[in-house]
Ligand binder design. Structure first.
Ligand code: ADP
Ligand code: ZN
Ligand code: MG
Length: 499
């Protein structure tokens, strides 16, 4: 891929330095209960109501693995082309923090659930034509772990003196997905996270709600001289919970790394935080190493065994993935890759599009109307596709009327606006407002003659060879009918009369 621009970094520096990025993504699994106990995972419940002796780490309690969490983790692994290990194992990662009541986090360490996968990103950023290129990003590992509690240091009247902790989140099931250091720009990192989020949503592994913290990202970044084989020293920016922060933090770090190296300094390997208000990363702690955590196998849990039969069963039940859906849309419906990308953005939108086509609308027309008329109105109304006031079959009915010439596309759009507003079917609106297309040849000829008679100057221009004024005549006739005249008939009639 060609050198990409990075905001804030001088292009000549980017010709000499190459950024290297690897992401560690945490996604909350869509389970009703926690990973090792039966407590609810519901978001937004009153603090410290979804807790029990197991997730609070009281003595004498035993964790039991949630089978559904394991199943979802296997599904994610397979969707990301990873090898699911026959045998994996939980470990204890020991450290103290008030959000970790046991004094350790149960996480997979030396025997992760799955390894060696990849995710293909479609990278459009560099090209204005959006045809883009694609690139495979390696996935090092995918493993299961429990979330910690939520410490709240701000927002209370006594926050200057006290902190609060909500243990509801303690023990919520997570998968951690670690990428290879294959990403080369903030834009590629953005594309990777977007694509990964889409796969996790399609497979219903996670709802990936970033505001609720169910998708979080740590970014590892370094720079090296272009052409150098060895990677530079990396820093890790923790807990980036939005796409924008990820990009901004990476831009900032890349500029900082290059600045340090250019001035003859060295990058300290460390963990940093994104300071949102100041728009910069700040040191949080010096880099910790695996041995600092005194990992050892979790004695209270058996090794995790995944049979070939179970894996095959999960594979069989796998929904169609975004890439396959896009390819099928292009092939089956003859729509452009760009349109396929928009329509397959979410499963709900893709299903809507296919339902419109199944109800009899031509695919390309459906693709256009959904992308322009429907998505724009949904966005303005702040609605999801699932809340669309126009059902797929109702849109198909309207498009069939347009396609058969019973109403013009222009009136169709007005009818659609009314359908969106009122939820009424197209036929009812057309009957009430009298917007059927005017295809009466006599009526159209009368209107054409009127327009010609009223514009002798333009008639002269046209006859002198100025073809451009033809559009003027068409426009006048269409306007006289408030957009309801059959455009083809208007064209033919004018051609004949202007001769
Ligand atoms: P650590 O031991 O610090 O946890 P890992 O090797 O486990 O490091 O890698 C953690 C993440 O950092 C991975 O996503 C990996 O791709 C990325 N990474 C590793 N080395 C580099 C580097 N030099 N520059 C950028 N990212 C890197
Ligand atoms: Zn519990
Ligand atoms: Mg690591």
């Amino acid at each position: 891929m060609a050198t990409q621009q990075i905001r804030g970094v001088a292009p000549d520096l980017l010709e000499r330095y190459e950024p290297v990025i690897g992401l560690e993504v945490h996604a909350q699994l869509k389970t009703a209960s926690k990973i090792f106990c039966a407590c609810s995972t519901r978001f937004g419940d009153p603090p410290n109501t979804n807790v029990c002796p197991v997730c609070l780490g009281l003595p004498g309690t035993l964790p039991v693995l949630n089978r559904r969490a394991l199943e979802l983790a296997i599904r994610a692994s397979l969707a990301l082309h990873c090898n699911v290990q026959e045998s994996s194992r939980f470990a204890r990662k020991n450290y103290f923090y008030p959000d970790l009541p046991k004094g350790y986090q149960i996480s997979m360490y030396e025997l992760p659930l799955a390894t060696g996968g990849w995710l293909e990103i479609e990278f459009n950023g560099a090209r204005p034509d959006k045809t883009g290129t694609s690139k495979r990003i390696g996935i090092t590992r995918l493993h299961l772990e429990e979330d910690a509690a939520k410490a709240m240091h701000e927002g209370f009247p006594d926050s200057d003196r006290n902190s609060y902790i909500d243990y509801n989140r303690c023990g919520v099931p997570l998968i951690e997905i670690v990428s290879e250091p294959d990403l080369r720009s903030p834009a590629e990192a953005y594309a990777y996270l977007t694509t990964l989020k889409q796969v996790l949503e399609y497979t219903e592994v996670s709802d990936c709600n970033m505001e609720e913290g169910s998708l979080r990202c740590d970014a590892n970044v370094s720079v090296r001289r272009r052409g150098a084989e060895k990677f530079g020293t990396k820093t890790e920016v923790k807990n980036l919970n939005s796409f924008r922060y990820l990009q901004h933090a990476l831009e900032y770090e890349i500029e900082r790394h290059i600045g340090v190296l250019e001035s003859g300094g060295q990058i300290e390997q460390e963990t940093r935080l994104w300071n949102l208000g100041a728009g910069r990363t700040e040191p949080m702690r010096s880099k910790e190493y695996a041995h600092d955590y005194r990992y050892f196998p979790e004695p209270d849990l058996l090794p995790v065994r995944v049979s070939a039969a179970w894996k095959a069963e999960i594979e069989r039940a796998m929904p169609e993935l975004p890439g396959a859906k896009r390819a099928r849309f292009i092939h089956d419906y003859g729509i452009t890759p760009y349109d396929a990308g928009v329509l397959a953005d979410t499963r709900a939108l893709a299903d809507y599009f296919e339902a419109v086509v199944r109800a009899g609308a031509p695919a390309k027309t459906a693709a256009n109307w959904i992308q322009t008329e429907l998505l724009r109105r949904l966005k303005d109304a702040g609605k999801e596709i699932s809340e669309s006031p126009v059902a797929p079959a109702a849109l198909a009915d309207l498009l069939k009327l347009v396609e058969s010439g019973q109403i013009t596309a222009a009136s169709g759009k007005k009818v659609f606006a009314k359908m969106f507003e009122t939820g009424q079917p197209a036929q009812a609106i057309i009957a009430a407002e009298g917007v059927s297309q005017i295809s009466d040849a006599g009526e159209i000829e009368r209107l054409c003659r009127e327009v010609i008679a009223a514009n002798p100057d333009n008639v002269a221009k046209y006859r002198a060879g100025n073809e451009g004024v033809f559009k003027f005549f068409v426009g006048q006739v269409i306007r006289a009918t408030r957009g309801q005249a059959n455009p083809q008939l208007v064209n033919d009639t004018l051609k004949r009369l202007l001769g």
